[in-house]
Ligand binder design. Structure first.
Ligand code: PMP
Length: 457
């Protein structure tokens, strides 16, 4: 039974499981937004495989695409060989890309995970430029392999220069808005242009258009355009990590479309595999500097993932689910803003499309209060503007990870699965499928509001 499974799992599985991935549920069936546990309870799943399930669980078009391959007798694994399934996936992918990349792009199958594609991207730009330094941002998350880790926030590596990622709430410069973004851009510019900064011309810049694990922080469009201009002017390839933001999630098919920025390299995974493991790079053809075999890997030809992925990409495109994510996300954010007005422990609500974050703070905590983490004091290491903000009087209240975790548990009791994130794990994250109906959105919001009310009235 479920109890036995949970007991065995918690005694045998590594303590590395975190967040919602360690909630005490034993899913046995799933469809759309709903997961059914072994105990017969039903849950609304707003974790969605960390944003992987653009169409929710077991969408009929995805199952049909997988079944078609299985029934056709096609090989399931053929490394890098050309197949009709791969051809269909590539064609569908190129139909979604920004024009420059659709016209002049190359796709490189990496994988199976997002972090593998990040790794390939870092190596590609280092190979192409002959340089080794990398520009990455505070609060970033790019994966758990060595190169991706060093580019992620908080990591220390001599080859990575850490730059301030602009944000309104807990702005590193204490201003937020356009002014904060301007200061963040100037910081980057002066680091690159001042010979005394000690930062040599880097091999690339890697950025998430919306930081996900970092606490759902959308990059301002104007700031992203500044990053595009200043990298282009200096011959620095710009890598957009769209692992989590891609395939309609933020209200555009690719999140870079909001700003009109065309990156040199795009890192794609999660939803592109239609719930199966798949990761690719897309880049301009002049960056295709690999010699054959220069970047190999066994699991790069997952035919089932390509079939599921092609079906997902086509469904999102044909049904304009990115537009749907934009309008539904706006409505949900407006409702969450009301929640923030009712509960002082909701410090901030933010997001883009159906990538939504609710940050919990401790309105009663003074300096040094137990359980509260003073924002900005995390000391990301390296060159950073972190630490200056929010800690002063009148700034954002201390982050409250304990409260966020309590809300997550209260959500689960009410049949709602949500994820935690942010530098202090104080942000409740919602990543519902793009197929979310109006009624389901209301149910999600009601349960979340009820959960918040139950931990803080
Ligand atoms: N980049 C981003 C932006 C991500 O959100 C993630 C995963 N959360 C990764 C890379 C790493 O992907 P994976 O977990 O599949 O290695």
């Amino acid at each position: 039974g479920a109890e036995g499974i949970l007991r065995r799992q918690s005694s045998r599985e590594s303590a590395a499981r975190t967040y919602a991935r360690s909630l005490p549920i034993v899913p046995v069936r799933a469809r759309g937004l709903t997961i059914e546990g072994a105990d017969g309870r039903r849950y609304l799943d707003c974790l969605s495989g960390a944003g992987t399930l653009a169409l929710g669980h077991n969408h009929p078009v995805v199952l049909e695409a997988i079944r078609e391959v299985l029934d056709s007798g096609a090989p399931l694994h053929v490394l890098d060989l050309a197949t009709p399934v791969k051809d269909a996936f590539t064609t569908e992918l190129f139909a979604t890309l920004p024009k420059v990349l659709a016209d002049r792009g190359r796709v490189q199958f990496c994988g199976p995970a997002g972090t593998d594609a990040v790794e390939a991207a870092l190596k590609l730009v280092r190979t192409a430029t002959g340089r080794s330094g990398m520009l990455a941002f505070t609060g970033a998350y790019h994966g758990m392999t060595a190169g991706a880790l060093e580019a992620s926030g908080g990591a220390q590596d001599v080859r990575v220069t850490r730059l301030p990622f602009p944000q309104d709430y807990r702005c590193p410069f204490g201003t937020g808005g356009e002014r904060g973004a301007e200061l963040a851009a100037r910081w980057t510019e002066s680091l690159l242009d001042d010979p005394k900064s000690g930062v040599p011309l880097p091999a690339g810049m890697i950025v998430e258009p919306v930081q996900g694990e970092g606490g759902v922080l959308p990059a301002p469009d104007g700031w992203l355009r500044r990053m595009r201009d200043l990298t282009a002017e200096r011959g620095i390839p710009l890598i957009a990590d769209e692992v989590q933001t891609g395939v309609g999630r933020t209200g555009a098919f690719w999140a870079v479309e909001h700003s009109g920025v065309v990156p040199d390299v795009m890192v794609l995974s999660k939803a592109i595999g239609g719930s199966l493991p798949l990761a690719v790079l897309v880049y301009r053809d002049d960056l295709d500097v690999w010699e054959p075999g220069a970047h190999a890997g066994t699991f790069r030809g997952n035919q089932l993932a390509m079939a599921a992925g092609a079906a997902t990409l086509a469904y999102v495109r044909e049904n304009q689910l990115a537009d749907r994510a934009a309008s539904l996300g706006e409505r949900m954010l407006a409702q969450l803003a009301e929640l923030a007005r009712s509960y002082p422990c909701v410090g901030d609500v933010r997001g883009r499309g159906l990538m939504i974050g609710v940050e919990f703070v401790d309105p009663e905590a003074g300096d040094g209060a137990a359980g509260a983490v003073r924002a900005g004091a995390s000391g990301g290491g390296g060159v950073s503007a972190e630490g200056g903000a929010g800690a002063g009087t009148g700034g954002p209240l201390p982050a409250a990870p304990g409260l966020a975790a309590a809300v997550q548990r209260a959500c689960l009791e009410r049949g709602l699965i949500v994820e935690l994130g942010g530098r202090h794990s104080s942000v409740v994250r919602l990543l519902p499928p793009l197929t979310l109906t109006d009624e389901q959105a209301v149910a999600v919001m009601d349960r979340l509001a009820d959960a918040v009310g139950s931990v803080r009235s």
